[in-house]
Design a protein around this ligand. Structure first.
Ligand code: ARG
Length: 470
């Protein structure tokens, strides 16, 4: 009976297989609120422009209110025969209010309707994601603030490089998430434009007031070319690219948490409710949440590939290919939101309403971090810098320290444990004050340039983030 949804032009009904293949209602029904919101704005404008009557508008508003409560109550009957969210809602409207329902589609096509719905929906989701990104940054800054003086080995190539403040390390992620938030804000601006009024592809013969609809919907402007308005999904691709980068940042952090939680590091613990046991090994507490987050990053990056490939071969204007934008986009939003939510709680803890304090966030093992930083000659660069200050060219200082490290290695001790006389054997200008620069804290304090790991710099970073996130 599908032919009846279109016109008398069709000589046979759509096959059942094709009906299922082309239908999108079981996933695009989640656009229902955007669809109703967009339709109401369109109808108000049609009435204001005398394209439909005031009583038609009232009927449409009454019908849509009813549909809204049916959907919210779960009693709305979604029909596969009606293909998608748009036709389902419009058919029910006509059933409820008659001719006024049939007038709603004046000067509109599903092509500009769906583009509008996706943009409205995504805009609101971006706002939720931006809030979560802010929450995660605050959680990280909170943990950082408590750990300015905690020292962990900084790595390059996963080999001990130089000591850094644990707070400094966490604040690196705050920088990443702050850029993710900036990207989201930027994508939002280009998402929040109105395609409605593009009609099928060429615009429409009715005297629409598109600016008015944009204003009603809180959009920042109208799409200026009707062909572009109905056909491009670059905003969705851009969003998924921003989401992918954000997931990549989460994935890197996850990788570190997994390492830090292993028995060979013991740097941190996450609360038991974020870990799982093993069905065979009784001693296990596995970091499933960070592992899954790392895994789900691949899924989101996959959606980016899917969407960008979806777009690449499409001639102007609308093609049904675009119906395939929804599942990857929806799944990207769901995955990113769930991941951010869980990380906010895993890092920052849960608010205890009785105390007003957050509890059960990440636990830091400062002693294990510092012990690890004391292995691997993390202050070798400091000794080279010390010799440079005594007048040695850097390259010579580098070579001298390599000999000192070799000697310390053969004595199985740290550079700071070599007697002064032994150190002086490498360079006569070395004096007692060398031990200050060979200590972890001395090394940290010395890195007092903007963006460095000295506690004063770290505190300045924290203060800057506090102001920004307030
Ligand atoms: N369900 C369709 C989509 O998601 C709506 C637009 C269909 N337009 C059309 N002319 N077939 O893109």
């Amino acid at each position: 009976k599908k032919s009846e949804a279109w016109s008398a032009l069709f000589s046979e009904p759509m096959s059942e297989l094709v009906k299922r293949y082309t239908a999108s209602v079981f996933f695009d029904k989640r656009l229902w609120l955007a669809d109703i919101t967009g339709s109401l704005a369109h109808a108000e404008m049609l009435a204001a422009q005398n394209i439909i009557g005031a009583s038609d508008l009232a009927d449409i508003q009454r019908g849509m209110a009813q549909i809204r409560s049916e959907i919210e109550a779960g009693s709305f009957e979604w029909k596969l025969d009606l293909e998608d969210v748009h036709l389902n809602i419009e058919a029910r409207l006509t059933q409820l209010v008659g001719d006024a329902g049939k007038r709603l589609h004046t000067g509109r096509s599903r092509n500009d309707q769906v583009a509008t719905d996706v943009r409205l929906w995504l805009r609101d989701e971006i706002d939720l994601i931006s809030d979560l990104l802010k929450e995660l940054q605050i959680a990280l800054v909170d943990v950082a603030e408590k750990n300015v003086d905690v020292i962990l080995p900084g790595f390059t190539h996963l080999q001990v490089a130089q000591p850094v403040s644990f707070a400094h390390h966490l604040l690196a992620y705050v920088e990443m998430f702050s850029r993710d938030a900036e990207r989201m804000a930027d994508v939002r601006r280009r998402t929040n434009r109105l395609p409605l009024g593009s009609a099928a592809l060429a615009g429409t013969t009715y005297p629409l007031d598109r600016e008015r609809v944009a204003k009603t919907l809180g959009m920042e402007g109208v799409c200026q070319n009707s062909l572009d308005g109905v056909s491009d999904r670059d905003f969705a691709i851009e969003f998924t690219a921003a989401a992918s980068l954000c997931m990549v940042h989460i994935s890197r952090f996850s990788e570190e948490l997994i390492l830090w939680m292993s028995q060979n590091f013991c740097f941190v613990k996450i609360a038991d409710r974020f870990t799982t046991g093993s069905s065979i090994m009784p001693q296990k507490k596995n970091p499933d949440v960070p592992e899954l987050a790392r895994g789900k990053t691949g899924r989101v990056v996959g959606h980016l590939m899917g969407l960008i490939t979806l777009m690449k071969g499409q001639p102007l204007a609308y093609n049904k290919d675009n119906q395939e934008d929804k599942e990857p986009l929806f799944d990207t939003v769901d995955t990113l939101k769930d991941t951010l939510r869980i990380f906010c709680e895993m890092v920052g803890g849960q608010l205890n309403p009785a105390t007003g304090q957050k509890e059960g966030g990440i636990t830091v093992n400062a002693a294990a971090m510092e012990a690890a930083a004391n292995k691997g000659y993390a202050t070798a660069t400091d000794l080279a810098d010390y010799l440079v200050k005594k007048g040695l060219p850097f390259r010579d200082a580098h070579e001298t320290v390599a000999h000192a490290v070799k000697a310390a290695t053969s004595h199985n001790c740290d550079l700071s444990e070599l007697p002064l006389a032994v150190l002086q054997g490498f360079n006569a200008s070395i004096e007692k004050d060398v031990y200050e620069c060979l200590s972890l804290r001395g090394s940290l304090n010395a890195r007092n340039t903007l963006g460095g790991t000295a506690p004063a710099q770290v505190k300045a970073q924290i203060a800057r983030h506090r102001t920004r996130l307030a």
